[in-house]
Design a binder for this molecule. Structure first.
Ligand code: SAH
Ligand code: SF4
Length: 362
């Protein structure tokens, strides 16, 4: 059975034609799935019976399911998805200022990059998500939250995984999400966040999809960055900047540099000064992120004063800078944390041993 959510409108149309149906039926199916949120082929009542039979025999719409959710008092909700092969990944629904909605999506189960501050990294890497498993996060959350089909939402690939390490499926998902007859989420509303795999940034740029780019920088010198993000040994800060300079972006847009603030490590004004020099010639904006502590992490969250002083310094030097709203802190905001909790709880129930160390399900 093929996952219906992994198919672009065109690919679905071709499959239907090959099976002897008319191509325009693909648009009707897309409309049912992504505009009316109907996944059951039998309920698609403008389709002929033989087409419904074909769809039932050929496609599945249940390649992933929501298996757990946690609501934060600020309105954000974290969803845990389960795949058919029993793996889990998570997505977060965020209510932003001005009643805007952002969905934070995963691209992989686990991650190979191995950043020292990241909980997803601790579990290692399991597998890439398929395009359908990526797309389904959006559909399932829109449905669950009762979000009208035409409400504009933003997508950020900032959940579990390194999107550029799964470039093929992620670009496929981006295009499916952008399909005008479907979810219609413009590529300009979709942001890929990367740890900085330089050659893949080049590849993404060459695809000219119109997506926004965010770079997880987190340090201003290679020594500290390598400590935090071992991938820096392969692609250092300068190598990343060189690719960002080449990356095609909309004239009115800027590349976002995410900077994880860790208490006493990279949160001083000396770092702020170096950051200004580094980003001087780029069309950049900086997003400061509070380190979100998790069990076993050696790093600490910085004070609000430190964050504010850092931001003030950048602004004074003419560098756009925002502080990421600490959404969903009470439900563990950073990637990997809901999943980890679910696994730990399951094992606690199974073994009735609350003292034991966290076991990873990979
Ligand atoms: N792999 C990609 C996208 C997923 S990570 C990347 O690294 O950019 C998304 C963001 O969550 C990254 O900026 C990452 O640095 C951040 N993050 C990871 N662990 C965190 C933590 N404990 N506290 C706050 N942010 C964290
Ligand atoms: Fe992977 Fe991003 Fe976590 Fe680093 S921060 S381990 S790249 S998910």
């Amino acid at each position: 059975m093929q996952d219906i959510f992994s198919l672009s409108l065109n690919a679905l149309g071709i499959m239907l034609e090959d099976a002897g149906f008319q191509k325009f039926r693909a648009k009707q199916i897309y409309h049912w799935l992504y505009v009316r949120y109907v996944e059951d082929f039998e309920a698609m009542d403008n389709l002929p019976k033989d087409l419904k039979t074909y769809l039932n025999q050929t496609f599945t719409s249940t390649s992933a399911q929501i298996c757990k959710e946690e609501k934060s008092c600020d309105g954000s909700v974290k969803y845990l998805f389960q795949t058919q092969d029993n793996l889990s990944y998570e997505a977060v629904f965020l209510k932003m200022k001005d009643d805007k909605f952002t969905l934070c999506l995963s691209s992989q189960v686990g991650c190979k990059v191995g950043c020292s501050f990241c909980l997803t990294a601790k579990g290692g890497f399991m597998r890439n998500l398929s395009a359908g498993e990526i797309v389904y996060q959006v559909l399932a959350i829109k449905k669950q939250q009762g979000i009208p089909h035409n409400k504009a939402i933003n997508i950020v690939y900032m959940g579990m995984g390194e999107p550029l390490d799964n470039l093929e499926n992620v670009t496929k998902a981006i295009k499916i999400l952008a399909e005008l007859d479907g979810l219609s989420i413009s590529t300009r509303r979709q942001t890929i966040s990367t740890s900085g795999i330089a050659p893949k940034i080049k590849k993404l740029g060459a695809l000219n999809l119109g997506v926004q780019l965010a770079i997880s920088l987190h340090a201003v010198d290679d020594k500290l960055r390598t400590e935090l993000m071992p991938i820096n040994k392969a692609y250092n800060i300068q190598a990343i900047i060189d690719e960002v300079v080449q990356f095609p972006i909309d004239n009115r847009k800027r590349v976002m540099f995410e900077y994880l603030m860790i208490d006493g490590l990279n949160d001083g004004l000396d770092s702020a000064k170096k950051l200004v020099v580094l980003l001087n010639k780029l069309k950049a904006k900086v997003n400061l992120i509070y380190f979100n502590p998790h069990e076993g992490s050696i790093y600490k969250r910085p004070s609000a004063e430190k964050m504010e002083a850092f931001r003030e310094f950048l602004l004074k030097k003419g560098l756009l800078c925002t502080i990421r709203e600490s959404k969903g802190l009470d439900i563990s905001a950073a990637c990997g944390q809901l999943r980890e909790r679910a696994i730990t709880q399951d094992e606690d129930t199974q073994h009735d041993n609350k003292q034991k160390e966290i076991q990873w399900a990979y």
